[in-house]
Design a protein. Sequence first.
Length: 217
Amino acid sequence: MKVGVKSFKSLKEGKFLIETETSKEADLLSSSIRDKCGNDLEVTVPNLRNPRMVIHNVPQDINVENLEKTIMTQNPELGLILVDIAFKFSFRTKQGRVNMVIQVCSGTRKKLLHTKLKLGWLICSTDEYLVARRCFKFCRFNHRHQDCRGEKTCPSPCWGTQLKECTAPAMHYKCINCVTCNRYTKGEKISECHSSLDKNCPSLQAVLAKYRLNTDY
């Protein structure tokens, strides 16, 4: 078939995940499985997720109900389409400013990237919103603390305590994610000497890289 398989993983409930080099190879592989196995196997090619963007310093009179319409009305030069913008959530910064996260299509992302949006009486900057889902209880990725079954773990080296109780110096930091990665990696090891909250953490960068691969840019 001339299909390059990057990885083959066993999942729960009798499922398998096969990762190919390109989307064309994924389509070719899925078609071949359907043709040869018929109804014995169910094949699904996951769709790429739409990218998310964050709008900084949104004025207080802008809310969930009027955000999308305000973007369209006050920024007609961008030629945006209402159906391509969807509000996801908002959060407040330490300075008390409100940022809003929206989900857009790839074309709208290119128009909004590093663009200033007129919202109310303010000019708001936009940027890519790329954040790994992180559990702040167990310091691991890809699940939330509400779903975590692990014990409370400090993101620094003293695993078993909470961050506010940690007194270890930075020189003794060890990232639990990178330690786990090295434990199961036979090749070159990655650096472990940092906090699990470090923005330059190799494990974090790997998670973000995988997120980009699954996003329609």
